[in-house]
Design a protein around this ligand. Structure first.
Ligand SMILES: C[S@@+](CC[C@H](N)C(=O)[O-])C[C@H]1O[C@@H](n2cnc3c(N)ncnc32)[C@H](O)[C@@H]1O
Length: 261
């Protein structure tokens, strides 16, 4: 199958267009700029890693692996452990990601290659299990309560960076039974609420809040009123922050109220 056409965003980094959702995977004003501003900085990941604090990240929507790559690279640069868990229900083939200019974004030799290998292995595992009609077994016995079983693949990329891909619909999972430890940062990076409604519902927001560390932050590029209300309904405090280029505002939620609105 031909790869989707690469698009060059305003900061020189690539993205792709999703036929299924009719949207690009990142802001056309700058894919890396958006990732750094909305996710790594706003969710406190850059700061935690710079302070040498071992960190756990949960991402909804692995997509082209850009947030993952930048976060894992930061962990390597800071020599601090990062466990990165990402949910994805339509994994883009590694070859299509390889065709983007993401390898040039990282200084850690082989990190991008290892991420691609992890994506490829996850694809192969899923295809083999599907072909054999085998449902992957839950990694955690508590997962038997979940409504759909995920294909899960963990790759230790190096001494500091571990990537776990959970392949399937994130919204079918009781996240706090799958994950025994809370997350310091949650990147909610599904497609927009209009096109990808299941990932923005009050119910799913409560599910995400159930695995957010008391001092953790959940960030997302959307500033929609419905998203903000879903966060509030999940007992989170919500901050509106100035957005990256092309976006007026975005949301960061946490259990610690910085400013009450
Ligand atoms: C905006 S893109 C994510 C970009 C990505 N974070 C990156 O850094 O490249 C949204 C992704 O969410 C995935 N997605 C949408 N709904 C989902 C669901 N219910 N469960 C898991 N993944 C989902 C899509 O397939 C798509 O890959």
């Amino acid at each position: 199958m031909p790869h989707p056409t690469r698009l060059l965003t305003n900061d020189g980094s690539h993205t792709l267009h999703s036929e299924r959702y009719g949207q690009t995977y990142h802001s056309t004003f700058g894919a890396v700029t958006e990732a750094q501003h909305v996710f790594l900085n706003a969710a406190g990941v850059n700061e935690r890693l710079q302070l040498g604090k071992p960190t756990r990240i949960l991402e909804i929507g692995f997509g082209l692996g850009l947030n993952a790559l930048l976060s894992l690279e930061q962990a390597c640069q800071c020599k601090t452990h990062l466990e990165y868990h990402a949910y994805e229900h339509a994994l883009v083939p590694a070859a299509a990601i390889e065709a983007l200019n993401y390898a040039s974004l990282v200084a850690t030799p082989t990190l991008h290659e290892q991420l691609l290998q992890a994506v490829d292995q996850a694809h192969q595992l899923m295809s083999a299990q599907n072909a054999a009609g085998i449902e992957s077994l839950p990694a955690n016995p508590a997962d038997v309560g979940n409504t759909a079983v995920m294909h899960t693949h963990t790759a230790k990329l190096n001494e500091f960076a571990t990537l776990t891909l959970h392949l399937g619909d994130a919204t079918t999972q009781h996240l706090n039974t799958t994950h025994n430890h809370p997350f310091h940062a949650i990147y909610l990076d599904a497609f927009s609420p209009d096109a990808n409604a299941e990932c923005w519902s009050p119910e799913f927001m409560r599910n995400l809040a159930s695995v957010l560390d008391n001092a953790g932050k959940l960030s997302t590029y959307s500033a929609k009123g419905d998203v903000r209300r879903a966060m509030l309904a999940a007992q989170l405090c919500v901050e509106k922050r100035p957005g990256p280029p092309g976006k007026r505002e975005f949301l960061v939620a946490s259990y610690r109220c910085v400013s009450l609105e």
